[in-house]
Design a protein around this ligand. Structure first.
Ligand SMILES: *Cc1c(COP(=O)(O)O)cnc(C)c1O
Length: 375
């Protein structure tokens, strides 16, 4: 993914950049590319609003702003995700509460979430991890039953299908996407939020543009930063969006082939293929030993890693460090929840293999052969 051969970038993206540069307008405030990207993604996802911003983390920050926690309110999330899911909670002075995950997938367990809902809970942030669908319908029912906002982090889950035929990102109140270098499609950095709710959309748009309602004049209505996407990012993202269905289809075809080749092997839990968009190819070894297996696979030239993270995020050093200056607010006296399933996945049972739309059958057969030799 760090080389031309691992990305689907070409003449279309070059032409898009040239179009923007020759237009003389690189800012989305006055340009047309970013608004067009929002329209195209909104149509693809069937969402009333799509709001472009500068990164997936910015999109998650906007979604927390939309949920509008008071300082000290709690947001329940997963310990197995990118730190971009957690940092925006702290940025809004809210407290991350970590619920444990399903040991077969690493995805948030709705029962664990339900057990942590309390008087200060404001939102649930779920992650469609590695491209697999999280149990969005169960989480939405839980959120609705308690008056909470459900945020779906789809940074790894472009075009992931949910049961019933909707895309991940449309079952919650807000969905978020990332266009960072390592995602399914990229413009280097970039993000989007999706919502059908006009009021949540208004809050997010204002926050992404310094709280500035430009239809009124030079008036700042509410706290906001500058999270705007540039026209350069949007033009590349539009070219990438046209290629997205083919990218996901190619990843699905080869991932399903690998699942078929590995079926029936002892000691491996294979990923469920339904709806999966295959950002990475995850395997779980219920008996442990993922590090040793990853090392053997790497020695055979297979891009495999154990654990995905160094430690689950309930154990991230950032939660014990001061948050602002010397102040630990809102985390004074904070003791993150233990998440034994997540801790075991990260330290012992989870293995991820880099996945790519340019893999051929020969690549997949080589991955399968190396796994069979190494188990
Ligand atoms: C990449 C990622 C993010 C952050 O996105 P950026 O565009 O890198 O800021 C958030 N959540 C998950 C699950 C991710 O994979």
């Amino acid at each position: 993914m760090a080389e031309p051969a691992g990305r689907t970038l070409g003449d279309e993206e070059v032409a898009a950049l040239e179009r923007v540069i020759r237009s003389g307008m690189l800012s989305s405030v006055w340009g047309t590319e970013t608004r067009a990207l929002e329209r195209e993604i909104g149509e693809m996802y069937g969402s009333r609003h799509a709001i472009a911003c500068s990164s997936g983390t910015a999109a998650l920050h906007l979604s927390v702003v939309a949920a509008a926690p008071d300082p000290g309110d709690e947001i329940i999330t997963t310990p197995i995700t990118d730190f971009g899911t957690v940092a925006p909670i702290l940025a809004q002075n809210a407290v991350p509460v970590f619920a444990d995950v399903d040991p077969a997938t690493g995805i948030l367990d709705p029962d664990a979430v339900a057990a942590l809902i309390g008087p200060r809970t404001k939102a649930i942030m779920a992650v469609h991890l590695f491209g697999a669908p999280a149990p969005a319908a169960e989480l939405r029912a839980l959120a609705d039953g308690h008056g909470l906002t459900l945020i779906e982090d789809c940074a790894q889950a472009w075009l992931t299908d949910l049961p019933g035929g909707r895309f991940a990102g449309t079952a919650g109140h807000v969905g978020t996407l990332s266009l960072q270098q390592w995602k399914h499609i990229t413009c280097g950095d970039g993000g989007l939020t999706l919502t059908d709710d006009d009021e949540l959309a208004r809050r997010m748009r204002l926050f992404a543009d310094k709280g500035w309602d430009r239809s009124v004049g030079r008036v700042h209505e509410s706290l906001g930063l500058n999270y705007r996407m540039t026209e350069l990012q949007a033009a590349v993202a539009r070219a990438q969006l046209a290629k997205l269905p083919g990218v996901v289809e190619a990843r699905r075809r080869t991932a399903v082939r690998l699942v078929g080749l590995l079926r029936g092997l002892d000691g491996l839990t294979l990923p469920a293929t339904e709806g999966h968009a295959w950002w990475l190819f995850p395997l779980v070894l219920p008996g442990g030993g993922a590090s040793a297996l990853a090392e053997k696979l790497r020695a055979a030239g297979i891009p495999a890693r154990a654990g995905y993270l160094n430690q689950p995020l309930n154990q991230a050093p950032a939660l014990a460090a001061p948050v602002y200056g010397t102040s630990h607010y809102p985390l004074e006296g904070y003791r993150p929840q233990a998440c034994p399933e997540a801790e075991r996945l990260v330290s012992d049972t989870l293995l991820v293999i880099d996945w790519n739309e340019h893999y051929t059958d020969e690549h997949v057969d080589a991955v399968a052969a190396a796994l069979l030799r190494s188990l």
